[in-house]
Write a protein that binds this ligand. Structure first.
Ligand SMILES: [Zn+2]
Length: 149
């Protein structure tokens, strides 16, 4: 989790640190006057400088800070790519509806040429398939365009 520490000051010149999970959170709190000076309780607060931190570990150089920010962005990008490829696999899979358990067994035994299927399954059927060594993956609804239509 990224913690952003802002050096804040009030209209009376007192300076203090504010900790936020994001710049958006800071802006929300500022706009709702939720941030007050710990010394004089003024809610007229301004930001002096912003310093990004990853976790609670402080980094000492600007280069390090830029570097960690980039890593953060890449991991979000990779996450999006993983979801996108998962979505493609799911949308390519043949929808066998309520015959899922049956079809899965046929694929497992080599009697079916299907490569990927999706469908509905009861908890009991899921348990049975797992006991037979057939691994199935629950699909979140938002990844399946068929379910969204
Ligand atoms: Zn103050």
């Amino acid at each position: 989790m990224t913690i952003k520490v802002f050096n804040l000051h009030c209209n009376n010149g007192h300076m203090f640190e504010g900790w936020f999970s994001s710049h958006t959170e800071y802006e929300e709190q500022i706009s709702k006057n939720l941030i007050t000076c710990p010394i004089c309780s003024s809610s007229e607060i301004s930001k002096l400088l912003s310093t990004p931190y990853i976790g609670k570990k402080r980094s000492s150089s600007t280069i390090e800070k830029t570097h960690t920010n980039n890593i953060h962005n890449i991991s979000l990008e990779q996450q999006a790519k993983t979801i996108e490829s998962l979505r493609q696999i799911i949308n390519k899979a043949e929808n066998v509806g309520n015959n899922f358990a049956e079809e899965a067994r046929l694929i497992h035994s080599g009697e079916s040429q299907k490569t990927s299927i999706k469908g509905n399954i009861s908890l009991d059927e899921k348990k049975e398939l797992e006991e037979e060594g057939i691994n199935i993956i629950p699909i979140p609804n938002f990844l399946d365009d068929d379910l969204l239509q």
